[in-house]
Design a protein around this ligand. Structure first.
Ligand SMILES: C[S@@+](CC[C@H](N)C(=O)[O-])C[C@H]1O[C@@H](n2cnc3c(N)ncnc32)[C@H](O)[C@@H]1O
Length: 267
């Protein structure tokens, strides 16, 4: 823990009440720490339209509006938008932070609607698909920013899951990737210019600090992260801009066909 003279690592987040952060936790990581870290690498200006994709219970959405004056569309699949609306009203931000339940794979916004997309500890659930950058880039203005931050790997696992992580590991953790993986994944799309892809220094310690606060009985995860000591697990961040000189492909929603009757068999 920082001593009294040491400035907090996340000065913006440290102004928020710990009870508010804990009761708004959606699992995973401390959403404010990751949003603050992500915002350090992005240009967020007042009045921008920002999609908070996989916003969970919306603490990151409140934070983005309060800290940067952006309008936020707080989109999530699993969590009730009604609970988020209550949180937004209580925080006095309901005129600028809008809760929606939607699947990131079937968003219905107008093309070019957003100046920026942020996704905190969520992008791994849908963004590893090779075609997803195309899906998402359509909703960004040309040169609009895409930023993600969340749990990930320091380096890609080359071989079996290390012994010290096995009791915690589940098959779905195959979606965790390194910053270098995200850089390559987005560069391959041909639609994004990657500006940053890195790993949080001592991120595993922040991971532990948060787990001990939010879920102190989760010994399996705490023991795994402690044993790992940042060799494999950490927080990764990636920031890119939609290329202005390339148009994303239009999504195929239906192909027109007309039935032509022909004999079924040769004989
Ligand atoms: C670990 S939680 C993180 C939530 C929040 N951003 C935070 O950091 O506390 C992962 C979130 O991803 C969202 N999610 C997963 N798949 C999704 C999808 N296909 N479309 C939209 N959101 C999705 C879930 O609803 C969930 O809230």
């Amino acid at each position: 823990m920082p001593n009294a003279e040491e400035p907090p690592r996340f000065p913006r987040s440290s102004a928020y009440h710990p009870d508010w952060i804990l009761t708004g936790a959606s699992g995973g990581a401390n959403a404010l720490w990751l949003t603050e870290w992500l915002a350090e690498a992005m240009e967020l200006r007042a009045g921008m339209r920002v999609l908070d994709l996989g916003s969970g219970r919306g603490t990151s959405s409140v934070f983005l509006h309060r800290e940067f004056g952006v309008q936020v569309w707080s989109v999530d699949l699993w969590f009730d938008p009604g609970e988020r609306l209550a949180r937004f009203r209580d925080a006095g931000v309901e005129d600028a932070v809008f809760p929606l339940r939607a699947d990131a794979r079937s968003l219905a916004f107008a093309p070019g609607f957003f100046d920026a997309v942020v996704s905190v500890d969520s992008f791994v659930y849908f963004g590893t698909d090779d075609l997803y950058a195309n899906t998402l880039a359509r909703f960004l203005v040309p040169a609009g920013a895409l930023g993600i931050a969340g749990a990930g790997l320091v380096d890609e696992l080359d071989g079996p899951v290390p012994e010290h992580l096995r009791s915690w590991w589940e098959p779905s953790l195959a979606c965790l990737h390194s910053a270098a993986w995200w850089r390559r994944h987005w560069e391959r799309s041909g639609l994004l210019d990657v500006e940053r892809a890195d790993t949080m220094p001592d991120g595993w310690q922040r991971w532990l600090e948060w787990q001990r606060a939010v879920s102190p009985d989760n010994h399996v995860e705490i023991d795994a992260v402690t044993a790992d000591r940042g060799r494999n697990l950490g927080y990764v961040r990636a920031v890119a801009r939609r290329r202005a000189d390339v148009e994303p492909d239009e999504p195929i929603t239906s192909l027109p066909t007309e039935y032509v009757s022909r004999p079924l068999l040769r004989g």
